[in-house]
Design a protein around this ligand. Structure first.
Ligand code: ATP
Length: 306
């Protein structure tokens, strides 16, 4: 459909779900000569996330408001930057602007990809509002200009193995059969600080991407999932070790830090825990580590973000 926004049209508002993600494994191969870190990671979207509302405007201005007043409410917000990039590249959107409203639920700088998700769904949403000018691949490469995790959120894939500096993505089936408890200890961790403290040489470790792609779920069932960034974040925040071990004591098959942290998640097999029992685990975690504890599942299939 060659849809064009007309002055006579009622303004369309699109409400989008911007999911959080967890990294089921994350391996750092090293740092390239240009300074970029080369990663291999299995990312899974969750049914827990932000809500992003988009309304195109005729005045060419991008405005943003966010329920979390500590986040930038101007053109520096990653979601505004995504909209600016879209309008700069789109011929159908030329001259238009957008009002963006973010209801923030994903803790910030938490390893859950909140900013990247808001930005990715803005790209997807604007593309939908302006007639689907760009393919998913084009949206993903636009996303890469904004951050390594944005391409994943600019596509409809629920789970991917990603490699390189974010530009390689291979879809995987979503994780089924597990309840997920996320424990965020209430402080934020800068992704940049974590990478700066990794102390890598420029020599790259061997890629295992081919076997990960074939066998990711086998690694999960064998309990061999790792996150190389734990070495930095856990060493500085021993409380995270305690969260990890408490989740395992409560019945998690695996507990791991997500991304650069500090959020830690536990995977609880459905066969071992009812939804009620999982809520009890979450209540216990809240008592020990504070309010930011969430029960989630892997996102499977369509959502308003497409
Ligand atoms: P990742 O896992 O992708 O590294 P993260 O979950 O650790 O991300 P974010 O929540 O995306 O971190 O926030 C990182 C920084 O981005 C914050 O310091 C924040 O000020 C900035 N930021 C800009 N826009 C947003 C947004 N819409 N939501 C969250 N953070 C944003």
């Amino acid at each position: 459909m060659d849809w064009q926004l007309m002055e006579s049209d009622p303004p369309k508002v699109l409400e989008l779900f911007a999911p959080a993600k967890i990294n089921l494994f994350l391996r750092v191969l090293g740092r390239r000569a240009d300074g970029y870190h080369q990663l291999e990671t299995w990312m899974q979207k969750l049914d827990f996330g932000d809500t992003v509302s988009l309304q195109p405007t005729l005045d060419g201005v991008i405005r943003l408001s966010c329920s979390d007043s500590s986040l930038p409410q101007d053109s520096s917000n990653l979601a505004s930057r995504a909209a600016a990039l879209f309008f700069a590249l789109s011929s159908r959107g030329k001259g238009y602007g957008a009002d963006i409203r973010i209801e923030k639920r994903i803790p910030v700088a938490a390893g859950l990809g909140g900013g990247s998700s808001d930005a990715g769904v803005v790209l997807r949403g604007l593309n939908r509002l302006f007639g689907g000018e760009f393919s998913e691949e084009q949206l993903a490469s636009m996303g890469l200009q904004l951050g390594a995790d944005v391409p994943f959120f600019a596509t409809g894939h629920d789970a991917v193995i990603a490699g390189g500096v974010g530009e390689e993505m291979y879809p995987l089936p979503g994780l089924q059969g597990y309840g997920i408890v996320l424990v965020n200890p209430g402080f934020s961790v800068s992704t940049r600080w974590v990478f700066e403290n990794l102390g890598l040489t420029t020599e790259l470790k061997e890629s295992k991407l081919a076997s990960f792609r074939k066998d990711a779920f086998a690694l999960l069932t064998r309990g061999e999932l790792v996150n190389d960034l734990e070495s930095v974040t856990l060493a500085s925040y021993p409380e995270l070790m305690k969260i990890k071990s408490d989740l395992v004591d409560a019945g998690a098959e695996i507990s791991l830090m997500s991304g650069s942290g500090p959020t830690v998640f536990g995977l609880f097999p459905d066969a071992s825990k009812s939804a009620v029992a999982l809520q009890a685990v979450a209540d216990e975690m809240r008592r020990k580590f504070g309010e930011r504890v969430f029960v989630a599942r892997a996102k499977v299939g369509a959502s308003p973000s497409g």
